[in-house]
Design a protein around this ligand. Structure first.
Ligand code: COA
Length: 387
C-alpha cells in the first residue's frame, strides 16, 4: 500500500522586510544577504499571530469535509510552543472543529519536529489505511536585532495531510537518521531568541547530511543519479546549496544541471519568506512542487535537520495528481502583494511582547490578514478568534 503526502498548505503573515533595506541599515553589502546567505525577503510575524493561529490558517487552506471526518491525529511540530504543558495541537483541534476522538500531540526537536510528524504519521496510516493524520510545522524564527542570525529569521506554518494513496508524494520505506547531543543552536526556556553557533551548526548539518545520505544509499542500493530533485532543510537557502554541492560530484554533468535547476525551484519561496524552522523543508518541497516541471514517478530526496542535533534523509515518489492541489499563481500574487515594512517598523514589532505576568492583553487584530488570529490573553488563557 502507498502512503504519503496527500495535501500540503502554507500560511505566513503578509508583512515582510526587504533584506536590501536591512543590509543598508546594518551597514552590510546587500550581496552578502542576497548571495552569501541566499535570502531576499523576511516575514515579520506580528503579535496577533502565533504558531497555533498560523497552523490553523495553513490547515484551513487545504481542508475538506471528508478530511475532517477521517483525521485521527494531529502531530504538531514546533520549537515555538505557546505553553509548557498544553500542546499546540489541542488548540488546533478545537479551532478546526475536529472530532473529540483525535489524538493531539506536540513534537519538539528543533527544526526536525515536522519530519518526526510526517514519518510517525506514515507508520500510523500504514496500519490504519482508511485514516488520515494532520502534520504541522509552525514556528517563529528569532535570533535578535543586529545579530549575525538576524538575516535568517522568519516565520510561518506548513500543514500536510498524510493518507493512503496520496495525491502528491508516496513516501518510500527506507530512511536514514542520525542524532547526537550537541550545542549548535538552542533556546533556554526563558528566552524568546535562539542561541546559536552558526558556523558549527553549518558544519554539523553538512556532516549529518553526508552521513545520512551515504547510509541511505547503502540501505537502498540507490545512487544520487536515481534522484530527480533533492530538497533540504533551509534555515537560509545557501545552506541547502552547500549540502547539495557536497554530493554533486557523484553524478555526470547533465544530472548536475538537473539537480541544480530543481534546487533553484525548491528555494524560490524560502528566499522570499525566510526561516520557518521546522516548516522550512516542507516550504521548500512546496516551492519545488509549484515551480518544477518534473513528471509523475520522479524521485525526490528530503534532508531534514534539527539542531541539537538530529538529521534524517528520506525519499518519495511524485504522483500523477501532484499539480492539482497546488496554486502557484495564487502564491505568486500573495508574495507580490504583501506589505513591505521599514526596518524601523520591523524593529518596533520585533520588540513587542506579551505581558511577562500573563496579565490580560489584547493584540491588534484589525490589520491581521489571517482567518485565525491570536487575540490576546484573558484570565491567563490564550484567546484565539476566527475572523
Ligand atoms: N557578496 C557575496 N557573498 C558574501 C559577501 C558579499 N559581499 N560577503 C560575505 N559573503 C558570504 C560569505 O563568503 C559566506 O559564504 P560561505 O558561507 O559560502 O562561506 C556567507 O556570505 C556568510 O558570511 P559569514 O561572514 O560567514 O556570515 P555571518 O558570520 O554573518 O553568519 C550565519 C552567517 C548563517 C552563520 C548566521 O546568519 C547564523 O548563525 N544564522 C543562523 C543559522 C542557524 O540557525 N543554524 C542552525 C539551524 S540549521
Amino acid at each position: 500500500m502507498k502512503v504519503g503526502i496527500d495535501k500540503i498548505g502554507f500560511y505566513a503573515p503578509n508583512t515582510y522586510i526587504d533584506l536590501i533595506d536591512l543590509a543598508k541599515e546594518r551597514g552590510v553589502d546587500p550581496n552578502k544577504f542576497l548571495i552569501g546567505i541566499g535570502q531576499e525577503r523576511q516575514t515579520v510575524v506580528p503579535l496577533s499571530q502565533d504558531v497555533v493561529s498560523m497552523a490553523a490558517n495553513a490547515a484551513t487552506s487545504i481542508f475538506s469535509e471528508s478530511d475532517r471526518d477521517t483525521i485521527d491525529m494531529i502531530l504538531f511540530g514546533t520549537e515555538t510552543g505557546v505553553d509548557n504543558s498544553k500542546s499546540a495541537a489541542i488548540y488546533l483541534q478545537q479551532l478546526l472543529g475536529l472530532r473529540k476522538n483525535v489524538r493531539t500531540v506536540e513534537l519538539k526537536q528543533a527544526c526536525y519536529g515536522a519530519t518526526a510528524g510526517v514519518l510517525l504519521a506514515r507508520d500510523y496510516v500504514t496500519v490504519h489505511p482508511d485514516r488520515k493524520v494532520l502534520v504541522i510545522g509552525s514556528d517563529i524564527a528569532r535570533y535578535g536585532l543586529k545579530t549575525a542570525g538576524e538575516v535568517t529569521q522568519g516565520g510561518g506554518a506548513v500543514a500536510m495531510i498524510i493518507s493512503a494513496e496520496p495525491s502528491i508524494l508516496v513516501l518510500e520505506a527506507e530512511t536514514s537518521h542520525i542524532s547526537e547531543d550537541i550545542m549548535d543552536f538552542w533556546r533556554p526556556i526563558n528566552r524568546r531568541e535562539a542561541l546559536v553557533d552558526g558556523k558549527y551548526s553549518t558544519n554539523v548539518y553538512l556532516d549529518f547530511f553526508q552521513t545520512a545520505f551515504e547510509s541511505y544509499k547503502k540501505q537502498t542500493d540507490r545512487e544520487l543519479s536515481d534522484f530527480d530533485a533533492m530538497t533540504f532543510h533551509l534555515p537560509f537557502t545557501k545552506m541547502g546549496l552547500k549540502g547539495l554541492r557536497t554530493v554533486l560530484n557523484q553524478v555526470d554533468e547533465n544530472k548536475q544541471k538537473q539537480l541544480m535547476t530543481e534546487f533553484e525551484n525548491s528555494r524560490v519561496y524560502n528566499k522570499q519568506i525566510g526561516n520557518l524552522y521546522t516548516g522550512s523543508l516542507y516550504l521548500s518541497l512546496l516551492s519545488l512542487l509549484s515551480e518544477t516541471k518534473l513528471d509523475a514517478g520522479s524521485r525526490i530526496g528530503l534532508f531534514s535537520y534539527g539542531s541539537g542535533a538530529e538529521g534524517e534523509f528520506y525519499s518519495g515518489i511524485l504522483q500523477e495528481a501532484y499539480k492539482r492541489q497546488l496554486n502557484p499563481e495564487q502564491m505568486a500574487h500573495w508574495l507580490d502583494n504583501r506589505t513591505r515594512l521599514t526596518i524601523s517598523e520591523y524593529e518596533t514589532i520585533f520588540n513587542q511582547s506579551l505581558p511577562a505576568d500573563n496579565g490580560d492583553f489584547e493584540t491588534d487584530i484589525n490589520k491581521d490578514d489571517g482567518v485565525f488570529v491570536f487575540a490576546g490573553i484573558k484570565d491567563k488563557k490564550r484567546i484565539y478568534r476566527k475572523k
